[in-house]
Design a protein around this ligand. Sequence first.
Ligand SMILES: [Zn+2]
Length: 599
Amino acid sequence: MRSVRRTVRLFSLTPPRIGDIIEPYYGFEGAVCGAACRSGAAGRRLRRLRRLRPERKESPAARGEVTDMREEGVAIFDSTLRDGAQGKGISFSVEDKLQIVRLLDRLGVAYIEAGNPGSNPKDLAFFERAARLALQNAQLVSFGSTCRKGCAPEADGNLRALLESGTETCVVFGKCWRFHVDHVLETTEDENLRMIRESVRFLTENGRRVIFDAEHFFDGFLDDRAFAMRAAQAAVEGGAETVCLCDTNGGVFPEDAKHIVAYAAAHLGVPVAVHFHDDCGMAVANSILAVSAGAVQVQGTFLGFGERCGNANLSAIIPDLQLKRGIPCIPQENIALLTRYAHELASIANVEVPAGMPYVGSHAFTHKAGMHADGVIKAPRSFEHVDPFLVGNKRRFPTSEISGRAVVFARVKQILPALALHSEETERILGEIKRLEMAGYQFEGADASFELLVRRLMGLYNPYFELKYYKIYSGAGAGEEAGASAMVKVRVGEEIQLMAGEGNGPVNALDIALRKALGVFYPVLNRVKLTDYKVRVLDGRSATASRVRVLITSTDGASTFTTVGVSGDVVDASFQALQDSVEYLLLKTGARPHGAEPA
Ligand SMILES: [Zn+2]
């Protein structure tokens, strides 16, 4: 019996649920697929889903066909903590790693490769702690090499460390390119095959499941196909459950990748995984084509971190496969978490998500050019390949000189729905925005300051307080006495309030003093916390005489908003942004200006 399905448009406000039919809006059509992983709760959901399907057909891979539509789903294998940790500027503490494991598990990936216990004793300690996490979707995997040449596996410390890590599945990598065996390993083919076969067998005989990482498989295959296949076959003989074809140097092109994966999938007799590096900018494309050629597991890192140019970026591969190709990767309801989790993972790694990153970057759905923005306002699909809402991202129209008045007007309309496009008020607002942008303000992202500006210009804003002055005292020193203090004097209604605050820097001290002074009248301000503070020098050429732009992001626990300030003085720019932050929260919570007559 078929289950009842809703039909959803991709631009509807409700996220699609498992079983919904997507309208052919972006050039693809099909049911929204269910959960993907083969293990844990997601795997159970997938199996339950399959039982709901009308009939279970023989799989296309089993029929030897290459297809773009796979019902079985693809297991996502994340190597952020192993290959990703090789990326420049990336360094994870044990706490960071545990947080990332929890995040990836919640997202619903199937495997998390968490380190190389043989080469790094810290990783072994990490595996001990990670074993205590109750994971719902993912399983932890340890990584290491085959035994060394001339060495028995049981005498190899690296393989013993893999056993000690306690993971049910281990990844073992070995050489598949004749060039490497001759010139890097400097041994015979027979010895290389023995190392692979016996290392895998050692682990399987000790009850482990093994994924064999066929290092340089694509280069090796193009150089000497039979040699590369014999190496991968040796792992299968040792009991490897999956052979992962690795493009270790990142130089393979999509047509070769597709052809080689199809060949290996047809001849190895075990499921095939892929692992691409991005040195030619092809890693995502190669991964997608590999899946269409029969790969059932895709390795990568969630934000593309990795050695040199990075690994295949899973935050693009997952929606590419799941939203564009209908191939399940993670539980469908988690697709909308992609953007949030990408930013959370980046913040754990102490980096920014590149603004232009597909799907999850802050510019992925930003329409700056006036004509594009105009088109999107009329019909989003005119300049968007997918609804940003589906991946948890947002459509943005930066208020900028080059965006058309329609865009700015659309933003103003969200605040003042009754405003007419051709009116004196609209001209005044647009003119003032232009003037402030020339002076260095940026309202892109600073929605709270934008709204306050529009309200102030229209006389729709009653100030909550008046600043009399602030003073900052900062100096140098050691320990708790170092830092800064600030004094703030405000007038609220008819009352004057003077407060002091201490902080680890002048802006922190100013923030504390301002909230203390105003908190007397508006207790709601005690809930506000600053979550981000950014300073940008606007004219780098004149050094200390430069103007600075400060962006402050605040939260009251329920919502997050950003405010902006610009000045030649960083403290003054910060105060403007702080003042907007306080006023915006009071406005949003409906607070009445202290001392004002009830409306
Ligand atoms: Zn790699």
